[in-house]
Design a protein around this ligand. Structure first.
Ligand SMILES: Cc1ncc(COP(=O)(O)O)c(C=O)c1O
Length: 428
């Protein structure tokens, strides 16, 4: 931590150092989080935060953007190269903004958007009534089968044929299996809908060729940059250039997306964060990132197997990606209690609804756990298996002080073997 901050604002400096210590000494297993590199941190903490650059490279509403233009073009080009995309917009401040811009590029208020129900694994911005998406659009939800917990593509097809949505959205926040993008595309074609994919959770797995790519199929792909992709907190929208459903329109699809981001939905972009996205995309283009992405999934599978062997049920019985969704109805805790007791031993997770959950979102029957951050710290499958055992032990014995104390010690031992942001506190 810089001495400038320490000297001027010791209260904030102290909490930043405490937070770095918490990340270092705990097991970060929140499926939507990761740990960025020092290069990304440097870019995001740079004086680029001072700049205003409304508009796009070469067409700004402010002077002095020659460096910013180069950086934004690097981010756009690297993003396209990484995913094989035709067009990239790297300006959305966050995933919610990316989804908002994508919806408004493709649809009018009131139009039908068909998306995965929040209670079944979708995201808030996929149509929750408390979110802009549910208030401004007509949401047609789909879910998972009660018996398998898998998306039933026949059901998706029959709902789509009946409802004829303007946008068919594939993507999730709490689903541990592979999506059949080809089947989604066929349905979108058959009902005359745009196919939009929100790959926020699995973008890093796609980048590392460890999960199927939506790019050959989707008209528009939104993503956050901070989950498995391991970039700064932010988002991006990728799209085809041509608008299949409006070939003679005044704007093509790429232009519609850009207009929907700026000036429609945002003002000036966060240039320091765009620099961080450029750096993260470069990192994801390295061969080592593919090894990383595959290891995330191996680690998640090792965790899943260990949890099952230790008496914990998993929604859909396992995982094909970076996350597992625990159904903890048979343990001695609710989702909220599970999150709290695991927090107390330094294992960070989040409570989550499970499909057909009889309980409420603030205290549901599930817990969502991911392996992206621990894989960044080079945790192995063996270690994830041990962590699965620790988690199960805590969930079965939430009130036993000696159990909690024992797991806290094991967390301390295992994290000290995987250093994080070494020397951070001593940078002056
Ligand atoms: C699938 C999906 N889309 C969008 C978002 C929204 O991202 P943000 O929190 O950056 O607005 C999330 C965040 O968790 C997500 O999981």
């Amino acid at each position: 931590m810089s001495s400038h901050l320490k000297q001027f604002d010791p209260e904030v400096a102290e909490q930043i150092e405490n937070e770095v210590r918490r990340q270092r000494e705990g097991l970060e297993m929140i499926a939507s989080e990761n740990l960025v590199s020092r290069s990304v941190l440097e870019a995001v903490g740079s004086p680029l935060t001072n700049k205003y650059s409304e508009g796009y490279p070469g067409k700004r509403y402010y002077g002095g953007n020659e460096c910013i233009d180069i950086i934004e073009n690097l981010a756009r080009d690297r993003g396209c190269e990484l995913f094989g995309a035709e067009h990239a917009n790297v300006q959305p401040h966050a995933g919610s903004q990316a989804n908002m811009a994508a919806y408004f590029a493709l649809a009018e208020p009131g139009d039908k958007i068909m998306a995965m129900d929040l209670a079944m694994g979708g995201h808030l911005t996929h149509g929750s009534p408390v979110n802009f998406s549910g208030k401004l659009f007509t949401i047609i939800p789909y879910g998972v089968r009660r018996d398998t917990h898998l998306i039933d593509m026949d059901e998706v097809r029959s709902i789509a044929l009946k409802e004829k949505p303007k946008i068919l959205l594939a993507g999730y926040t709490a689903y541990s299996r592979i999506l059949d993008f080809a089947a989604f595309k066929k349905i979108a074609d058959d009902v005359g809908a745009y196919l939009m994919v929100d790959m926020a959770h699995f973008a890093g797995l796609v980048a590392g060729h460890a999960y199927p790519s939506p790019f050959p199929y989707a008209d528009v792909v939104t993503t956050t940059t901070h989950k498995t992709l391991r970039g700064p907190r932010g988002a991006a929208i990728f799209s085809k250039t041509e608008d299949r459903l409006d070939p003679d329109g005044k704007k093509n699809l790429a232009q519609k997306i850009d207009f929907a981001v700026f000036p429609f939905m945002q003002g000036g972009p966060l240039d320091h964060v765009i620099a961080g996205k450029a750096v993260a995309f470069k990192e994801a283009l390295q061969p080592a990132f593919s090894t990383y992405a595959h290891q995330i999934i191996k680690n998640a599978k090792a965790l899943a197997e260990s949890l099952i062997n230790n008496g914990i049920d998993l929604v859909s019985g396992g995982t094909d990606n970076h996350l597992v969704l625990l159904d903890i109805t048979k343990t001695n805790v609710s989702g909220k209690e599970a999150e709290t007791v695991l927090d107390s031993v330094g294992i960070y997770t989040n409570k989550n609804m499970i499909p057909y959950d009889p309980r409420k979102p603030m205290d549901p029957s599930g817990l969502r756990i991911g392996t992206a951050a621990l894989t960044t710290r080079n945790f192995s499958e063996d270690e994830l298996a041990q962590i699965g055992e620790m988690i199960a032990h805590v969930l079965h014995n939430p009130n036993q002080k000696d159990v909690l104390q024992g797991v806290r010690q094991r967390v301390a031992d295992v994290t000290s073997a995987h250093p994080l942001y070494e020397g951070w506190a001593s940078i002056q």
